[in-house]
Structures are given as C-alpha cells and as structure tokens.
Design a protein around this ligand. Structure first.
Ligand SMILES: *Cc1c(COP(=O)(O)O)cnc(C)c1O
Length: 390
C-alpha cells in the first residue's frame, strides 16, 4: 500500500525549514481586548473584532434567546426550507444600512466571493483584480472560466490597460480595505476606470464595514460614493459586526441573479437563525454607538504617533489594521513570540498570505482597547524591536 504520509511529511518539513509553518493557538476565553492563551493572559491585537462586539452582552443575549426560540440548526439551504424570518429581517436591515434595494446573506465571506464572481462571470468574460485582493476573491477569479488578470497593488495605469482587453462582461474586483496592509483601494479612481471601460465594480468591504465612515457604512461612505458607482458590494459579519457570515448588497436584479446562479448560496446550509438574530443586535450597536468608531480612530492615531516616536516602521494605514513591515519570516516570528511572552498577542503574517519578502506583524486595534493598552504594546514593541536584531 502507498503511504501518503511520507510525501506529506517531507513537504511539511520544507515549510518548517522556511519558517513558514503555521500553528494554531487555543484560546481559553472569549474574544476581547484580553484573552487567555495557554493559561497566560494576553492583550489581544490579533483579532478582527474591531468594534468589540464579538462578546458584547446584548449580542450574546440576542443569540441565546434566538437559540431558544428558533433552535440551533437551520435545517436546510435557503432555497429549500432553511430561510427563516430572522434571515429575512437581517437582509432587509442590511439593505437599509447600505442604502441598497436588496441584500443577500451568505454563510461566509469566502463563499460569497466565490459565488458572486462565478455567478456573474464565465467563459468569454473578463475579471480584473488587484494582486493583493483577499484569497477568496482571487480564487473566485481562478475558478471562473473568464479571462482572469491581476494588476500590481493600486496600479491604476496597468489596470486601465487590462480593462482594454476583450471580454463580453467585464468585472473589476477590489478589496475596500486591504486585509494585510490596511490601506484603502483608490475607489474614486476605480469607479472612473470601471465607468470608462464599461466594467462592473465589485467591492469587498470586509474590513471597512462598521469601521469607516461616520455611520460605519464602510469605504463607500468614506469616499462619499453613490450607490450605483459600486453596484456590487460585499461585506462580512465576522469582523466588525462580531458574529459570523457575510452579505452582498445591490439591486433587485443582482440579488435575484445570485439566488438563481450563485452555487455557494444555493448548495449550502443556511446560517443558524440565531446567528442572524445576533447580527441584528450587533447591527443596532454599529449604528447607535458611533463612539466605538470614534474611540477606535483615536487609538489608531495614538498608536501611529507612538510608533513613530520610538522608531517602529509602519505601513501607511488609516484603519485598525496596522502592519509592522519586517521582511524576514524568522525575525517576524521571533518578535511575535517575544511579544507573546510579554503578554501581547499579535499576528505574524508570512508568505504565502503576503508576497515573499514582506513578512510582517499585523497589529489589529479594536474599540475594546484602552489607551493604556496601546501604550503598553508600544513599550513592549520598542523593547523587543531592539532585542531581536535584524
Ligand atoms: C475575512 C475576509 C473574507 C472572508 O470572510 P469570511 O466570512 O471570514 O469567510 C473575505 N474578504 C476579505 C477582504 C476578508 O478580510
């Protein structure tokens, strides 16, 4: 008998040699500004819970009550019998929140992106994406039978030449906020290029929703764009909203098309209804508690000023994603490990999540943090930065 393990173990050993081996932490507490990992309390700078809603008492209470009322499993896909009142109500609230006629829930953001791109583009079409787009968008492009082209990050000139390529339908797809760099896509320029080349613009605002814009409307609100300038808008619910799942918002025709043709919508079990109810509660908090965004943006400014003062390099980011560029994966891992020993949890992001040679710490700030916690991280980072030499 052939044993696959020998071959697999050899490939794993190579990954380890390159300092690219991934290991999971096991948390012994809910998400929050402080978490317990391996019996050690840590201040958590490695979560996408940007508004501190993942363990908010009102969201927990909504979830628990809904589980009692609606049960746990949804029992079926949306098109069979899994679509319940709570999903419907959340979709209507998300449509209102984004100012669009309709919204459609997907079980995850990954599935939403695969589903949308493949429902809209196929053989004979053109899909163009920023190279640093999220893996789920890139995979959506690879899976579609459309011609798939990528442009260097933020490079509108190359994008313009790619949009000249033939293609019956042309889809321009971008992250609103880039998940590993924290910077914003130049949406006004992309809107203009899409318009000039007859392309449909799709924005994945996983890291913008709830965080950017005075009302938390994300990068579209941040740039003051009209609804019809970004006809396909995708958002996730597992980040700033603190729950789970994703949605696409757009026109009646777009949403009906996705219901008919998005395979990742059709052929999967609906989210548990209680997750939808919990998200309705978190959406109320996102709308009502602007102080969360205001506090978060003050923390971002404080962190950036503090890092500059102690000589820690940062990428140019105005979002809660604050990467510290390092380059070498071994050094990145060493710094993250030292920080963890000092009680700070930060992400050590290495290839292939980011391009080769651009390993980095990914520091994620949250409205749940205090100014004192930001200052403590900066002191620890400054100390470790000098101790772990380049
Ligand atoms: C997290 C993320 C996704 C995937 O969303 P999930 O709900 O976690 O599957 C998609 N796009 C971007 C930009 C993301 O950051």
């Amino acid at each position: 008998m052939t044993n696959p393990d020998l071959e697999l173990l050899a490939a794993l050993a190579v990954r380890r040699q390159h300092n690219l081996y991934r290991q999971r932490l096991t948390l012994e507490s809910p998400q929050g500004a402080c978490v317990r990992v391996a019996d050690q309390p840590c201040i958590n700078f490695a979560s996408n819970d940007y508004l501190g809603l993942a363990a908010h008492p009102e969201v927990i209470a909504a979830f628990a009550e809904a589980a009692r009322r609606w049960g746990v499993g949804s029992g079926a896909s949306h098109l069979i019998s899994g679509h319940c009142h709570e999903h419907q109500a959340l979709e209507e609230e998300l449509a209102a929140f984004t100012g669009r006629p309709r919204a459609l829930l997907f079980s995850t953001g990954y599935m939403a992106n695969l589903g949308v791109i493949n429902a809209l583009a196929g053989s004979g079409d053109l899909v163009v994406q920023d190279r640093l787009n999220h893996a789920s968008l890139l995979d959506g492009g690879f899976l579609s039978r459309a011609r798939f082209e990528r442009y260097p990050h933020g490079d509108c000139e190359t994008l313009a030449t790619l949009l000249d390529l033939p293609g019956e339908r042309r889809l321009l797809v971008t992250d609103g906020v880039f998940s590993m760099d924290g910077d914003l896509a130049p949406l006004p320029e992309l809107v203009a290029l899409a318009d000039r080349h007859g392309a449909w613009l799709m924005v994945d605002d996983a890291h913008g929703f709830g965080v950017l814009g005075v009302h938390g409307g994300g990068s579209v609100e941040h740039f003051g764009l009209d609804i019809d300038q970004v006809p396909i808008l995708m958002g996730t619910l597992g980040k700033a909203f603190g729950t789970f799942g994703a949605f696409v918002a757009g026109s009646e025709a777009l949403i009906e098309t996705l219901i008919q043709f998005a395979r990742t919508y059709i052929y999967t079990t609906a989210l548990p209804p209680a997750v939808a109810t919990a998200t309705r509660a978190s959406l109320r908090l996102v709308r009502a508690e602007a102080w969360r965004r205001e506090h978060l943006h003050r923390l971002i400014a404080r962190f950036r000023a503090g890092a500059e003062a102690v000589g820690i390099p940062l990428l140019s980011s105005a979002t809660p994603i604050q990467p510290v560029p390092i380059g070498d994966p071994a050094r990145t891992l060493a710094i993250a490990t030292r920080l963890r020993e000092a009680g700070f949890l930060v992400g050590a992001i290495r290839p292939p999540t980011v391009p080769a040679g651009t390993a980095r710490l990914r520091i994620a700030l949250s409205a749940a943090h205090t100014e004192a916690q930001i200052d403590a991280l900066l002191s620890a980072l400054a100390a470790v930065w000098c101790a772990v030499s380049a």
